[in-house]
Structure formats: structure tokens, C-alpha cells
Design a protein around this ligand. Sequence first.
Ligand code: ZN
Length: 183
Amino acid sequence: MAGPSAALVALTRSAPSSRTRSNPAAGTVSCAARVPVLDAGLMPPYWWECCDCRAKFDFQRIAGVRGMPDFVWDHLVPAGWDQSVLVRPCPTCRKVCLRVGYQFPRRNNVGLLLIHAVGLGPIDDYVPMMWETQPDDSDDTFFDFKYVRGRSVWGLNKPAVFSRINLRVLFGMFAEKTGQPFP
Ligand SMILES: [Zn+2]
């Protein structure tokens, strides 16, 4: 797999592992270094960010996993998409508003915080999802359709495709898990 996604995959593997060490793209990341607050220059495509003090942290420190695909498989799916797993206490200011952060996929420099997430399946290793997300330049929330296939970050940058019946199931699930009518 060549192209920009290869660099994104390498960056999500910030946790010490033999795979990180063998990856030349990740050679600048010291295996011993586990910085509490992320350096903007090493910002992975997904991180945890406080909605109040804006401190940023890596997945390993906050959720004990390497990145977003592992978080889906090891936290969201086993929890039955319980929305409470998406918010954590901030290690810096202690406010309970630490959420997954990422960047708007088609506009640079707009940060997003993940508010809600629901998904279907898993269908073998495929989990299509709908995320409700809050841009840092808007009071509105937006809906982002994406997927994970296995432990790869690849599908997180691509739109998931749903049938009419699956959309109905997904919207019903969103209403149930968030307690909000949808759409
Ligand atoms: Zn904070």
C-alpha cells in the first residue's frame, strides 16, 4: 500500500512494538518515549483532545490501544456502541470532556471532536459507521460515514456505503444509543 495512507498507518503505531521498530517510516519515534501531550509535529490522524483545555493525548495513554481502529474493535464494538466510552476525564484539567479528535478529511486545519458513533456488524472484519462530529469552527455538528476493515486505518478516510434498510437500522441505533430522535 503506497501513498499518504502508509504514513498515516505508521503514525498511529506510536506504541512500542516490534512492528513500530521494524517500520522505517516510524524511525523518528523513540520506543521509550511516551509523551503525555502530543507534539503537533507528530500528530497522528486520530488522537484524544480535551474540549475545555484543548490538551491532546495519544490513544495508548487514554484508552490503552494503538489507535482508532483498535478503539473500535476493543472498546466500541464490545460495549455495544455505548456512547459513554467516547468521553474520558482529561489528565490535565480533570474535566470529563476528553474526546477523539481528528481533522476534517477534505479541508485542512479544521479539527473535529467525535461526539457520537454507531456502527453495524461486525460483518466479518468490516464495521461501517456513522459518526456525529463537532468542527472547531462551527456550533453545528456533522455526520461522517466511514468504516474500519480489520485493524487498518484505511477505511477511516473513505465513505461507507449503506443500503436503505441498513441506514434505517443505523438511524434507529443512533436514536437508541444517544437518546435523541434521528434524523
Ligand atoms: Zn482538559
